[in-house]
Structures are given as structure tokens and as C-alpha cells.
Design a protein around this ligand. Structure first.
Ligand code: X2W
Length: 324
């Protein structure tokens, strides 16, 4: 690995420049806190091996609806993403927005239910899902990244045929018998066309993807955010898939956080019922992504300050790393 000039200096917008610290003016303040500044410089210096390791890497970050906190937390997340790109580490953001879809469906008095972690989506529901995900949430993230001085581009699985889907079905146990449940317009990705993402990554752009996609007959499909992120990470052969959620990671039977586990261990913990509920779709996404060539997957708490930087650029790490 070598230090890369990457995109250095290419992207400071006038707004970002206006807010940048002024070394001349801040000199008095900095001498008053010399120790703090040395600690800051040391932190930056210690990041060097990580910056070298991830030089030119592709990192897919799934930002779940539960991990999207206040405006301040969103601004921090956006800054971290822009910092990554500035250091020649290429983020692709895939977002969810389950709680925000729930809220809009409630306002419109449309009832909604989940089967196996997936929202049963009739035509009216999928219309609302697309409006909320591709509209409100996608643009909120794009705006936050651009405010931090980045160049985000919002798209969904429909754009440039990024993700073609087929109807997904769920199999559940009812009265001891397996039954297939029709989830409506819930899609599973079956054909990926990631060229558009490669084009963005070669330039300064940061893609932000909403998990909505098209079927072969022109239907609109609602795709689970984790599933979409896994499919995109696999298609991009990403170095890392980070699943940002509202829990610390995978825990053992004693409730202790597991910092690193292998796919066979994930299967054991699932069979033993230790991995359960909402964690199952995440670990399943992780196993599929690793099978499909993603180097490692990390499940971590996106509400923790600077979770992404902590995971990528410090020895500390965060959450649970799953690697073969
Ligand atoms: C999800 C898409 C959003 C999502 C939904 O309708 O809620 C399906 O369930 P989170 O915030 O990541 O949970 N789609 C099929 O995944 O949001």
C-alpha cells in the first residue's frame, strides 16, 4: 500500500472552505490547549496504517432507519463518509427507512404487517415505500453529504437497471405445516448491473441507493434494505459491508458482544437460537455476501458517534466482524 493523493483537495466546496479552521486566527486558542492538539495529531498519525490498508477500497454502508438519529447524528455520519472519500476510500451508501415508512403509512391510514422481517407490500404500500425511500430519505442523506462538502448522487435500484428483482416469497410454519406466504410487491435481487456505481466511484461521486427496484415486467418492488446492501456489496466485490443498525452487534448466549466470528459460528449460534429475530436477516445477508465474494461484513451500532471511522480507521473497531 502507498499513500495516495486520491482526491485530495479536489472537493472542498466554498461552503466547506468557509467553515474550515483558520490556522492564523486559531493559533492562540491552540497554544492554550497544546496537549489536546498533540492527542489529535497522534490520532491522525495512528490512522495511517488503516488509511493505507483501505486505499482505493470499496466500502458498502447500509444505513438502517433505526440508525438514522437526529440531524446532528446525520451530519456526523455525512462528515465521516466525506472524510472516507477524501482519503480515497470509496463509500456506497444503501439506506433503509422502515420506521419512516411506518409513520407515513399510519398517516395515510394504510395498515402494514411484516412476515419474516419483510413488509407485506400491496400496490398502495409500495407506492408509499417508493415515495418515502427514494424521495424524503434518499434526499435527506444526499443533502447531508453535500453539506459536508461531498458530492452525493441519489439513485434507487431502478436507475441504470442497477438491481432487477423477482417476486420474493416467504415460507412460514403454521400449525406445524410449512406454508408459502405471498408478500405482494416484495422483491429479491436476481440480476445486478453495477456499471453505474463503478462510474461514480471512478469520479468524486458518492452514490446513495434507495432499496426500491424494478421487475422484468416493469413492476416496482420493495426490497429489504439489508438484502439490497448485500446484493450491491456482492456485485461490487466490496472490501467491506458495514450494516449500521441500533444494536451493538452479535452477542453470545451470555449476552456478551462477539467482536469477530466466522460463518460456521454464525450458523451454530443461529441453530442454538442465540442469533434470533431481527438479527437473522442481517447475519443471513452477511453469509450470502461473503459467499458471493465480499471480504468481510461488520454489524455495528450506527447510533454510536463516528461508528464508521471507529470501525475503519482505529485499532478499536466496532461491532461484530464476520469473515471466513
Ligand atoms: C423495507 C425497506 C426499508 C428497510 C420496508 O418496507 O420497511 C421490506 O421490508 P430498514 O430501516 O433498513 O429496516 N422493505 C421488504 O429495509 O428499512
Amino acid at each position: 500500500p502507498r499513500p495516495s493523493l486520491g482526491n485530495a483537495g479536489a472537493r472542498a466546496t466554498p461552503r466547506a472552505r468557509a467553515r474550515a479552521p483558520d490556522p492564523e486566527r486559531d493559533v492562540e486558542k491552540s497554544t492554550a490547549h497544546t496537549r489536546d492538539w498533540i492527542a489529535t495529531a497522534r490520532t491522525l498519525s495512528e490512522a495511517l496504517p488503516y488509511l493505507q490498508r483501505y486505499d482505493g477500497a470499496t466500502i458498502v454502508i447500509k444505513l438502517g432507519g433505526h440508525a438514522m438519529g437526529s440531524e446532528e447524528a446525520m451530519a456526523d455520519f455525512a462528515r465521516d463518509v466525506v472524510l472516507m472519500k477524501q482519503c480515497n476510500v470509496h463509500p456506497i451508501i444503501v439506506h433503509g427507512g422502515g420506521p419512516m415508512i411506518n409513520e407515513m403509512l399510519r398517516r395515510l391510514e394504510i395498515r402494514s404487517e411484516f412476515v419474516e422481517g419483510k413488509r407485506v407490500s400491496d400496490a398502495a404500500t409500495v407506492e408509499v415505500v417508493e415515495m418515502v425511500l427514494s424521495g424524503r430519505i434518499n434526499k435527506r442523506i444526499v443533502q447531508a453529504i453535500n453539506t459536508a462538502g461531498g458530492k452525493a448522487v441519489g439513485l434507487s435500484g431502478k436507475d441504470a437497471n442497477l438491481m432487477i428483482c423477482e417476486k420474493d416469497l416467504a415460507t412460514v410454519l403454521r400449525d406445524g405445516a410449512e406454508v408459502t406466504v405471498d408478500l405482494g410487491f416484495v422483491g429479491k435481487p436476481v440480476e445486478m448491473h453495477p456499471e453505474v456505481l463503478h462510474t461514480f466511484l471512478r469520479s468524486d461521486f458518492i452514490p446513495v441507493v434507495a432499496p426500491v427496484a424494478m421487475g422484468r415486467d416493469g413492476e416496482t418492488f420493495n426490497v429489504n434494505g439489508d438484502t439490497a446492501a448485500g446484493a450491491i456489496a456482492a456485485a461490487m466485490k466490496a472490501d467491506r459491508l458495514l450494516l449500521l443498525t441500533d444494536v451493538a452487534g452479535v452477542k453470545n448466549a451470555e449476552g456478551e458482544l462477539l467482536t469477530q466470528i466466522t460463518p460456521p459460528q454464525v450458523r451454530e449460534l443461529t441453530e442454538a437460537g442465540v442469533i434470533a429475530g431481527g438479527m437473522i436477516p442481517k447475519t443471513q445477508t452477511a453469509l450470502d455476501a461473503i459467499d458471493d465474494g465480499v471480504r468481510a461484513v461488520v454489524i455495528l451500532d450506527g447510533r454510536a458517534p463516528h461508528a464508521v471511522l471507529l470501525e475503519l480507521f482505529t485499532a478499536h473497531g466496532a461491532g461484530t466482524l464476520i469473515r471466513g
